[in-house]
Design a protein around this ligand. Structure first.
Ligand SMILES: [Zn+2]
Length: 123
């Protein structure tokens, strides 16, 4: 019975991931068009699915939106990215929509960028 339950859970998570991916792609499209109300709705739905099935937001999307105001980030437009090396190397993301500041350690960021690049190339 436990095995069956795990299988089902895996299936649900797979479907959930597909839906999150679709919603985030839609959010991206709408963000490019400037339909911010729709963007926030899509991001909200994607996050809600992730929470419901207890999934982490895929790395691909994790740093593409503001957790506070649910805006999909377009660097240079509604997101300011600054690299700081004081105390420890980190990147500062400032959401220009609500002003929330996020700090990410730089080394991990670098690794993820590399990974991101690789996935884009293989797609
Ligand atoms: Zn925000």
């Amino acid at each position: 019975m436990i095995i069956m339950k795990n299988k089902l859970e895996k299936k649900i998570k797979k479907i959930a991931l597909e839906r999150i991916d679709r919603l985030m792609n839609l959010a991206k499209e709408e963000a490019e068009k400037g339909n911010w109300e729709r963007v926030k709705r899509y991001v909200y739905l994607a996050r809600r699915i992730a929470m419901k099935v207890r999934l982490k937001m895929p790395k691909k999307w994790k740093r593409r939106f503001c957790k506070k105001c649910l805006t999909f980030w377009i660097p240079g437009k509604n997101l300011r990215v600054r690299v700081k090396s004081k105390r420890y190397p980190h990147v500062v993301y400032t959401c220009l929509e609500c002003g929330k500041v996020y700090r990410f350690p730089y080394i991990r960021e670098k690794k993820e960028k590399r990974k991101e690049k690789n996935t884009i190339q293989t797609q």
